[in-house]
Design a protein around this ligand. Structure first.
Ligand SMILES: Nc1ncnc2c1ncn2[C@@H]1O[C@H](COP(=O)(O)OP(=O)(O)OP(=O)(O)O)[C@@H](O)[C@H]1O
Length: 277
């Protein structure tokens, strides 16, 4: 299988504080890889690093090769053409990600205006098809609606339409369905996976929800205090977790404690002394 993203010794610092210790992993084309770990373990920092969206003052080293480009050293003007086109991201907070005073059709159309030479008529048609594909048309939602008239799940579908508009090779989903009820969450994740298999799109899925991860991901990365403590196939991780922290997460999940964010777990001794998983 082709490796779409190859991360090697990636580390992130904020001043003298290490937010991500050197970590390595790969994502193959069309594959769903999950990232889990307690709140503050560095999951979002990893996502933002790969999107070139770290706040000022953060420093990165190592490499993240995506289609032969190193995302870690990519100048912002090159990142701008990659973001939304080759790598897209969806977040938990649709009201922050969507502009409340613009119609959803305009916001979906922006992606085409930014990344393609499509005409206005072509964009209108493409937006219509996307609304259809993400299941909004059949709920009576049209391009002229505003975000505030939609439910939480419908807004997530709009974000998804924006994200997949240019058929990206990689979709980063940061706690994308966390705020939704479990039924809506399952529907949206099914839709994400259908879209992924239609387009050979890989997914980096950030989630606290080990139940969701078990069903949706092929591979799992476990972060603790910015260290990648386990990197395993999903079935191996659940049947034979190697790291004490992973075992603790699984045990908490069995007792229903994985959402809201996990309480802080102690640093196991081998991790504190720098032993690699
Ligand atoms: N702007 C910032 N400046 C300094 N430190 C930061 C900044 N943003 C995040 N951090 C720190 O980086 C670490 C990782 O945060 P991050 O948001 O990546 O964790 P997370 O695993 O995504 O957490 P959550 O599940 O709560 O979203 C935390 O210790 C956090 O305090």
């Amino acid at each position: 299988m082709t490796s779409l993203l190859s991360v090697q010794n990636l580390s992130v610092h904020a001043g003298s504080t290490a937010i991500l210790h050197p970590l390595s992993f790969t994502i193959n084309a069309g594959e769903t890889v999950a990232v889990t770990g307690e709140s503050g373990s560095g999951k979002s920092t990893l996502a933002r690093t790969l999107m070139g969206l770290l706040p000022d003052g953060f420093e990165t080293s190592g490499q993240a090769l995506f289609e032969d480009q190193n995302l870690i050293s990519l100048p912002e003007h090159q990142f701008r053409s990659l973001r939304g086109q080759k790598i897209a991201m969806v977040f938990q907070e649709p009201m922050t990600a969507l502009n409340p005073i613009r119609r959803i059709g305009q916001q979906i159309g922006d992606t085409f205006r930014l990344h393609t030479a499509m005409t206005g008529r072509e964009i209108k048609e493409a937006v219509h098809q996307l609304l259809d594909r993400v299941g909004l048309s059949r709920a009576g939602i049209s391009a002229s609606d505003y975000p505030h008239t939609l439910s939480g799940g419908q807004r997530q579908r709009v974000l998804l339409a924006i994200a997949i508009a240019c058929k990206p090779a990689l979709l980063i989903a940061d706690e994308f369905t966390t705020a939704l009820d479990s039924q809506t969450q399952a529907e949206i994740m099914d839709l994400v996976q259908d879209l992924a298999s239609e387009n050979q799109m890989a997914i980096l899925m950030i989630s606290h929800d080990l139940g969701l991860i078990r069903h949706k991901a092929r591979h799992v990365l476990v972060l603790q205090h910015g260290t990648l403590v386990e990197n395993a196939k999903t079935e191996t991780l659940f049947s034979a977790p190697q790291h004490p922290y992973t075992r603790a997460l699984l045990s908490m999940s069995l007792h229903g404690v994985n959402h809201p964010p996990l309480t802080r777990l102690p640093v196991p001794e081998n991790l504190a002394s720098g032993v690699e998983p």
